[in-house]
Design a protein. Structure first.
Lengths: 348, 361
């Protein structure tokens, strides 16, 4: 069948393209150009394409498949980077990878795949798609340490039906690299991508400064009863639960609340865990359980699983946790039944 | 099926033969017999090119292609002058003159003569760079009229004749142009050769001095096979009426399906149509047609392969259509069966694109 493969230029999606070609499918490799590399490295006259795009093209040449670079710069800037900065400016801790998956990969690219007469879209995500009696189900990857299901929780059921994730069944990354080497792909030994792709240095303050300079202006650090304990250099540098960068006066305290209106960081002693967590924009991968459902919930990418009851409320939901846990506004909360993803939403 | 002639024309057999014959020859600058044999090939080519443009052999400067020829003209003729270029010029002209003024075009893509007159009146003695025909839309400027205007204001005129030279040659130097740029592979020659042809005796300061080749106006050993191939390609025939007929048929068919032919109201290259399909992204159209086996193009391809929105169509005020247009440019050897085959593929692509819109709504 005709299948579109989202190729990032990394080893994972390169292997997926190879597997699909090997299976005899008509493969269309597509790489989204998310930002202008020349502008990003600040070198005048540098090509707009980075090494990843060149790698993807080279892999496609090796595999003998069609490959196209799609300009997604404007969409990425608006739906991911600006939203990322806005989220920090409103005192939240965003997950740009989820926004990118939601709007670009499983949004625009998937639509394009349909427009091109594609019958499916495959990506290099470590997650499994299993056929169930009521349609496709999303499950955690076999390799738990690589599992990316938390990042894909905003994928809708219709999108999931159309997608393929062949790497979810691989036991380890080493196995994926071995396949890449066997296929003769230049990326077989390429280092894994790190953190947030558009913040290569790990400092996101530059991005926030560009889109929302207001979120990096000075403000007060106050205690819960309003006593000023010190000053900070911008609310965007803080996230709920954080203990760093609070100064001596607030030592041994953690951020309990970020107030964008007054630019105040409210701190208090230790515990910021909650038993009830409100969620917005919940995406269900099962029929909406009107009476609620018991699930294991992850509230950060590398979080452990918390037992909870999930109660749908309009487009959102209320989480009732068995034990108190840390919930940072802006992060995703994803509900699991064993390995299966039931749905997910964003912490308010 | 190859419908991207404005990117490169298919190699003409006589050009290939000439290029192959010139391969393995000695350096034309050498004084020995082998060098003289190579020099004869080079000078024969120069004579052929000069003859085509009604120039003297001494006024033909061979170089690597149009990017270099246009840059040489801008640098050599623009030194000490204000430079103006048309809003729809190729990037190689725009990049060569970063501080230049831009001459607006009308919605049909032709140069705005009133605006040009105003610019020239304000800065007499300028250099005007204008393309004879546009690579994306095929729209032709009235070079004769522009030349008259330039003469009236003491301005020099450089004509980028890359797309027109092999398809609708005119007496540009006779009209008063100071120089014209051509490219071998846009006429059915091999890639790697171009020329700047200047008006009688006009002096040109080299960009690359090197060993003083081309009478000191362009250093570097000339790419003899590509140059010989270019000269041979210039002698090849061009069946304009036949190609125009095919183009018109394709255009009429696509317009009936809802496409907008941009620049269609202007005098155009006979092989080119720029078809915007409202609501359908250019890149999606291009990929769909490629998968169906039809090579067309869209916008300005960066070296990444990313299709950026066309500055040409934006300059024409095409608005959103600038990101929704593909270019079909028929090659010199286009066959009749291309017309029904392409129309069928376009219809299938357009139906899917429009169906996609319905789904989103």
């Amino acid at each position: 069948m005709r299948i579109v493969v989202a190729m990032s230029g990394g080893v994972d999606s390169s292997v997926v393209a190879g597997l699909m070609a090997r299976a005899g499918h008509e493969v269309i490799g597509v790489t989204l150009q998310l930002y202008d590399h020349g502008a990003a490295v600040g070198r005048k006259g540098a090509c707009c394409a980075g090494q990843d795009i060149r790698d993807a093209k080279r892999v496609a040449d090796t595999l003998g498949i069609a490959h196209y670079v799609v300009d997604a710069e404007a969409r990425f800037r608006d739906s991911v980077m600006a939203a990322f900065a806005d989220s920090y400016a409103s005192g939240q801790t965003p997950v740009p990878c989820i926004a990118c998956n939601q709007h670009l990969k499983f949004g625009d690219l998937l639509e394009m795949a349909r427009d091109l007469g594609g019958e499916a879209m495959a990506t290099g995500h470590y997650v499994r798609r299993l056929e169930g009696p009521a349609g496709a189900q999303m499950h955690r990857a076999v390799d738990e340490s690589r599992d990316q299901s938390w990042f894909l929780a905003a994928t809708t059921r219709a999108q999931l039906e159309f997608c393929r994730f062949p790497l979810g069944d691989y036991a380890s990354k080493a196995q994926v690299r071995a396949v890449a080497a066997e296929m003769g792909l230049v990326v077989a030994e390429k280092a894994d991508s790190q953190d947030i792709c558009f913040v290569p240095t790990g400092s996101y303050a530059g991005i926030v400064e560009k889109f929302r300079p207001d979120a990096l202006s000075e403000g007060e650090i106050v205690s819960e009863d309003g006593v000023v304990l010190g000053t900070h250099q911008g609310i965007a540098r803080y996230t709920v639960g954080q203990a760093k960068r609070l100064g001596n006066a607030a030592a041994h305290m953690v951020v309990k609340k970020i107030e964008p209106g007054t630019r105040r960081i409210v701190v208090g002693p230790r515990r910021v865990e909650s038993l009830e967590v409100r969620l917005r924009d919940v995406n269900w991968l099962i029929d909406v359980p009107e009476g609620g459902v018991s699930a294991g919930v992850k509230m950060r990418a590398r979080d452990s699983v918390h037992a909870a009851r999930v109660l749908p409320e309009g487009n959102g939901a209320m989480l009732r946790l068995d034990e108190p846990a840390l919930a940072a506004p802006g992060q995703a909360a994803v509900f699991y039944d064993g390995s299966r993803v039931l749905g997910g939403g964003f912490i308010v | 099926m190859y419908l991207d002639a404005n990117a490169t024309e298919p190699l003409r057999p006589e050009a290939k033969a000439a290029a192959v014959a010139a391969m393995g020859l000695a350096n034309p600058a050498s004084v020995h017999g082998a060098g003289r044999a190579a020099r004869k090939v080079l000078e024969d080519a120069r004579e052929a090119v000069a003859g085509c443009f009604n120039a003297k052999t001494g006024d033909v400067i061979f170089c690597s292609g149009a990017t270099e020829a246009n840059a040489l003209a801008v640098h050599a003729l623009g030194a000490g002058r204000a430079v103006f270029y048309g809003a729809t010029e190729h990037d190689c002209v725009r990049a060569a003159a970063p501080g230049a003024g831009v001459i607006p075009v009308l919605p049909d893509g032709t140069v705005d003569m009133e605006a040009l007159e105003g610019l020239l009146a304000g800065q007499p003695g300028a250099l005007v760079c204008l393309m004879a025909a546009n690579n994306e839309t095929g729209v032709r400027h009235d070079i004769a009229a522009v030349a008259v205007l330039c003469a009236r204001h003491g301005a020099l005129l450089h004509v980028d004749a890359v797309q027109a030279a092999g398809r609708c040659r005119e007496e540009w130097l006779g009209m008063g142009a100071a120089s014209i740029a051509i490219s071998g592979h846009k006429m059915g020659g091999p890639m790697g050769a171009g020329a700047l042809v200047v008006s009688a005796g006009r002096e040109i300061m080299a960009d690359l001095r090197g060993g003083g080749q081309e009478l000191g106006r362009r250093g570097g050993t000339p790419a003899l096979p590509a140059i010989a191939g270019m000269a041979a390609a210039l002698g090849g025939g061009y069946e304009a009426a036949r190609i125009a007929g095919y183009r018109d048929e394709i255009e009429a068919f696509c317009v009936r399906l809802g496409a907008v032919a941009l620049g269609a109201g202007a005098n155009r290259l006979v092989n080119t149509t720029c078809l915007a399909l409202p609501g359908a992204r250019a890149q999606t159209q291009l990929i769909a047609l490629d998968m169906a086996g039809f090579a067309v193009s869209a916008g300005a391809a960066c070296s990444s392969g990313k299709v950026a929105e066309s500055h040409v169509l934006r300059a024409m005020g095409a608005g959103a259509l600038a990101g929704q247009a593909i270019r079909v440019s028929l090659p010199w050897n286009v066959a009749a069966q291309v017309v029904p085959a392409f129309c069928g593929a376009y219809e299938a692509m357009a139906k899917r694109a429009l169906h996609g819109q319905a789904r989103c709504a």
